[in-house]
Structure formats: C-alpha cells, structure tokens
Ligand binder design. Structure first.
Ligand code: PLP
Length: 668
C-alpha cells in the first residue's frame, strides 16, 4: 500500500478502495501511472500544466471506470423530460439513461475541448497535468416550464463514490480576503485509448470541514456570477490555488497553459517577489489560449472588488499586468496576454479577429484550430465501418489524419452503401431513445444543440414558421431537435429558450409535418446521440463571433452534413462541400456588433438552403438502387464530411500545440 500512496499521493482512507491495488488503478496498470507521475515530478522532463475552469471528460460515453464498490445512485441512472409539440407525450414519458453521469465539472464547448485535449495528450503519451476545480454541485440542473422557459435547479452528485475520482493526502490554503480557506485536492486519471498512458487531472475542492460554512460553498457551482465577488473568488481559486496544488504535490512543471483568461492569477502567484526583468523572463513559461471574441468572454473586474479578495501584492501584480483602459478595471484577458509568451486563437478566422481586437499583441497571436477527440465522438457503427476498412484508415484512432484516405473509397459502391446504412443505424438509435414522440428514421431530421448563448441564435430556424411549414408540405416532413442550457444569469439566452418553447407549443396541429422536440439537460451523452443520429447539424452563430465551435466537427466525423453560417472552423472547411453555407458575412477586417443579430435576413437565407437539403435528403431516402441511390450527392457529401474530420480533431491539434508551443517529448 505504501507504494500506491506515494505514486498517487492517495489519502489513506481512500486506499481501502478495492478498485486500487499495487497492480492497478481501476483497470489501468499501476506501472503506466507510475511512469506518467515520475516524468511529471522529474526536473529532466519538460512538462506542461493545463489550467481550465471546466473539464468535460465525458465518462458517460468513453473510458468509463467501473467500480467494484457501491456507486451512489446520484452518479448513475437519470432521466429527463422533453418539451415538444405533442404535449400529451411530454406528460407521460421521460427519457431514461442508464450510464454513469458525466463528472459535472463543465458547462459546454470550452470544457469539452479541455477534456478532449487531455485525452489526446494521453493518446500521444505527453507529460501533461490538468488543473481544475471539483464543482460539488456541478453547473446546474435544467427544467423546462411552459410560459417560464428554463428553470435552473441544483445538481447533486457524489464525488466520494465517483469511479476513478480519488481524494489526495494533501490540502492547500488560499486566503479569500482575510479568511484562509482550506482546499482538498482530488485526482482523476485520463487514460489513453489503448490504456497505456494517463494524464493526471487535479481538482480543488473547498468543501472541507475546517472552513466556515460560506467557505465550504465556494466550489459548489461552476460560473456562479450573481456578484462580481464570486467571479473573482472562483478565478483566484483556479489560478492561485491551482499553482499551490502543483507545488504541494511536488510536480516539476516547465510551462503553464491557461485555457481562457479565467486562470490568469496563476501568473500573479508565480510573479510574487520577482524583479521586473525576472517577471519578464517568467512569461516564457506561460501560454494562453483565447477562446472568444464575445465581450462577455473577457473578464473586466473592478479594482475595489478585487481588493476584497486579493492580497496587496497580488493586486499590485494584477494591475501591472492587466490594467484596462478604464482605470477602475483590471482585464484578465490582458493579464493572460501580457503574461504569456505564446498567445493562441482557436481557428484561422478567430486569429484574424483576435489580432484586430488586441492590436498591441498582434505579433504573438497565432491560430491553432480546435478539434475533437475522435475515439470519444465516433459512433459504434462508424467505428465498425472504419475498422472494417482498416487498410485504408490505418490506425485512425491515433493518427486521425488517415481519415482523409476515405477519398480512395469514393467510387466504391459497397462502401457507400455501408456508410449510408451505418448512418441509418445511428438514426434508428436516436429515434428509439425518443420513440414516445413517434419520431421516424425515414424523416428529414435536423438538430440545433449547444449552449443557448445569444450570438449562437438558438431560435433562428423558428423565425418564420409559415415558411418552415410550407417547405415541409412541399418536400416532405421535418423533425427538429433542440438541446442546450442558458447560463442562469444570461437573461437573453434564457429568453431564447422561452421563445422556442412558446413557438413549439403553438405548433400542436402541425405535428405531422413539423415535429419539434427540445431535450432537457444537454450533456455529452445526449450530444453524442444527436451529433451522430440526425441528418443535418445546424450551426447558425452570427459571424464572426463563434471563435471555433466544435459540435459540428463531432457531426462530420459521423457523416452528418452541415447547414452553417460562415464562421469559426467552418470557414476552413467551406470549400469542401460538407453541406450548405448561408447568411451574413462581415467584410474583411470588420467585426460588427454582436447585438445586431440579423434574424430576419439570415433566417430567410437559412430556409432557402434548408429546402435544398430537405429535397436532397428525400431524394436519397426514396431512391432505389437502380436510380443510383448510393451514388447520390448526399453520400458524396457524407464522404467529404469524414475527409475533413481527418483535420478537425484533437490529435492534429495537440500535435500542433506541442510542435509550436509546448515542445514536450512523448514518454516512452
Ligand atoms: C461539443 C459540445 C458543446 C460545444 O458545442 P458548440 O456547437 O461548439 O458550441 C457544448 N456542449 C456539449 C455537451 C458538447 O458535447
């Protein structure tokens, strides 16, 4: 037992767990864990700590640890409601899901990207450490209420029995104003797809009995923001607490990567007591990825409020690094940019936009386009298909660029047939999950699912219901699936959800032509069903405010066509015929106004392209083999989708970060 305690730094109470022995941690051999930990503790190995406010690791769909101990039922089975234009079904039926819940420490795309990044680092055997926060109450539980829209509630789960999550034998202290708060440190190992390497993720938790009652709640809810004090406190915990946890556990890190400006105080912690020239040298050990051009994504915090949480020295360094144009504010984006020798944007278009927004940092900003983790987001039927053609897609899980070899199968009728059938199988799965609502697998199905943020324009497709119905009348029925949460303090986003529910409710009599379902509590489990089980993935942010977007990348991997505005990653794939592009495009060098949503113009161009896609879909759905069913435009486009998935993945993305910024050597 001594050995495990030393390797994992496990709390002795946890070592009673039958899942952890001298030989293995759950199903991971202890040797691999010892090797990963050894390199992260060694001064000889160049290693990276990756800070993020949220991590979406998706154990509900990938690399789930199985515990031999009792797992609290809070961590398992769950059910959710659907809001549809078939109201009686909503009353009588729930959707039941029988998997482990995701560790609820993420809210959306930023967290899923962080999770996918750790997984690809693990696949590529890089010596990297994740640093985040254990959110005791998750993000929030979403309930729908007719006429009110989304009602946020408290999410409950049990970290103590969550498979793979363990408490460590060290704590760290962080002062919040005049009170010292004690934090537990937890650990979770993110294993590679072949289970031969791990990335440790350490998580801070304020729920310690030594803390005052208010202090125990500081890491309850992700992105608590009803006062600016909360925002500052949560950022201090991540940056300063995270840095202290690394030290307390004896890790020897060379480069600190800030995933978003949330973690900017990590630099402040390291810069304490340094001269100007030493502080300048310290920036060589920091890298920062900026994820959004949207105003709300950049924290500008009042100095008088910061003074209530930070020490005098911390505030002084924060001012030096992040003074906003407004003398009363400190800008965390500026701290991160000024403190990092490497600044990254998350797509080519976003690189351009970020340079316009931060001209004084233009030289150090460069773009590395986001990706998704292929082994997590591949559906079972597509995995089987790619494995069957493994001479074409050689080692595609690890070397995902090989998906581009699909071109050599372009004229292979047998393959095209299998591809269509694999898609139909995914669609059947989704339709059976939602069977009480009588959705059908031979009906054109489109989904919009992501955080309900205003610039993403959740309700765009519902702006002219008459037009939508006329398209369905003329070409065939349409099914629309929605899912997504709005941040509880985002009144516009919450208003969008209410608007959608009200429109859905008004469409009862049209249900045979137009069936619309809004699924509660969007998470990675539902995401995986949707991205693989619909025919078309709708992505309609207002350009250029979607820095990258990743859900469409998950969809193309599974042969699902795109209906998208020209924004984010799609700009880089737009000439590849992966679906239809529509809507407003800002002039070169223009950013425009994120509040001018152009709903009327863009919805009418959306309908035009939607009608073409509905036509194309029914063409392939109804065509028989003699009419060249498998040589239709639709299947051409499905092939193109998979070809681009060869680029838009985290295996390529992590390699680019490593070549350009991190410069780690893979562990043998
Ligand atoms: C992938 C994913 C997202 C990101 O969606 P975008 O369209 O990129 O905003 C958000 N939430 C969940 C649960 C996801 O899996």
């Amino acid at each position: 037992m001594k050995q495990i305690e030393n390797i994992i730094q496990l709390d002795t109470n946890s070592t009673k767990s039958v899942d952890i022995t001298n030989k293995s941690f759950f199903d991971i051999p202890m040797d691999y864990i010892a090797n990963a930990e050894k390199h992260l503790h060694s001064a000889e190995t160049k290693s990276v700590a990756y800070f993020s406010m949220e991590f979406g690791l998706a154990p509900s769909i990938y690399n789930t640890y199985i515990s031999k101990n009792d797992v609290s039922k809070l961590n398992k089975k769950r059910s959710f409601e659907v809001f549809s234009n078939m109201r009686q079904m909503d009353y009588y039926h729930l959707v039941n899901i029988d998997t482990l819940v995701d560790m609820p420490i993420y809210s959306g795309g930023l967290g899923v990207l962080a999770g996918d990044t750790l997984k690809s680092c693990s696949d590529l055997k890089l010596p990297l450490l994740g640093v985040g926060i254990l959110w005791n109450k998750g993000y929030f539980d979403q309930k729908f209420c007719f006429h009110f829209g989304q009602i946020p509630g408290e999410f409950t789960w049990d970290p103590n029995t969550y498979p793979g999550l363990v408490k460590l034998n060290k704590c760290v202290d962080v002062a919040i104003g005049d009170t010292v708060i004690k934090f537990y440190i937890w650990k979770y190992y993110v294993s590679s797809f072949d289970k031969k390497h791990v990335i440790p993720l350490i998580l801070l938790d304020a729920n310690h009995p030594d803390n005052p009652e208010w202090g125990r709640k500081l890491t309850d809810q992700l992105y608590t923001s009803h006062t600016v004090w909360w925002k500052i406190v949560q950022r201090k915990i991540l940056g300063i607490g995270g840095m202290r946890a690394i030290k307390a556990l004896g890790y020897n890190i060379d480069l600190y990567h800030l995933n978003e400006g949330h973690a900017a105080f990590a630099f402040v912690e390291m810069a304490k007591g340094l001269s100007d020239s030493k502080m300048k040298a310290l920036t060589e050990h920091f890298a920062y990825t900026c994820h959004t051009p949207v105003e709300a994504g950049h924290d500008r915090l009042p100095i008088n409020e910061l003074a209530k949480v930070l020490s005098e020295e911390e505030l002084k360094i924060a001012r030096k690094q992040g003074q906003d144009i407004n003398p009363e504010l400190i800008n965390l984006t500026l701290i991160a940019m000024n403190s990092s020798a490497h600044v990254n944007a998350v797509a080519r278009k976003h690189e351009e936009v970020t340079k316009i927004q931060f001209p004084s940092h233009e030289e150090k900003i460069s773009g590395i386009t986001n990706g998704i983790h292929v082994p997590t987001w591949i559906s079972e039927s597509f995995e089987t298909l790619f494995d069957k053609y493994k001479d074409v897609f050689v080692d595609w899980k690890n070397i995902s660029i090989n998906l581009q070899n699909i071109n050599s199968l372009y004229d292979n009728t047998e393959f095209r047939k299998e591809l269509w059938n694999a898609h139909k199988l995914n669609k059947k799965h989704l339709m059976s999950l939602l069977s009480p609502w009588m959705v059908q697998d031979n009906v054109f199905t489109i989904a919009w699912a992501r955080r309900a943020a205003p610039y993403k324009r959740p309700s765009l497709i519902l702006q002219n219901i008459k037009h939508l119905i006329s398209i369905a009348k003329k070409n065939g029925p349409i099914q629309i699936l929605f899912a997504g949460k709005a941040h509880p303090n985002d009144f516009v986003g919450s208003g969008n959800i209410k608007e959608i529910l009200n429109i859905i409710d008004s469409l009862g009599e049209h249900r045979n032509l137009l069936k619309i379902l809004f699924l509660e509590n969007y998470d990675t489990y539902i995401a995986k069903q949707l991205i693989s089980g619909v025919d078309v993935w709708l992505n309609n942010p207002l350009p250029p405010f979607e820095a990258s977007g990743t859900s469409g990348m998950k969809a193309v991997l599974n042969g699902v066509l795109q209906l998208s505005t020209m924004d984010g990653w799609v700009v880089e794939a737009a000439d590849k015929e992966i679906g239809e592009i529509f809507g407003y495009r800002p002039d070169d060098g223009e950013i425009g106004n994120e509040e001018d949503l152009k709903m009327r113009e863009d919805s009418s161009s959306l309908y035009k392209k939607l009608e073409e896609m509905v036509k194309d879909y029914y063409h392939v759905e109804h065509a028989d083999v003699d009419k060249g069913k498998y040589h239709s435009k639709w299947i051409d486009r499905m092939i193109n989708c998979i070809e681009v998935a060869g680029f838009f993945n985290t295996s390529r993305m992590v390699n680019q970060y490593n070549d350009n910024v991190w410069k780690m050597t893979p562990i043998q």
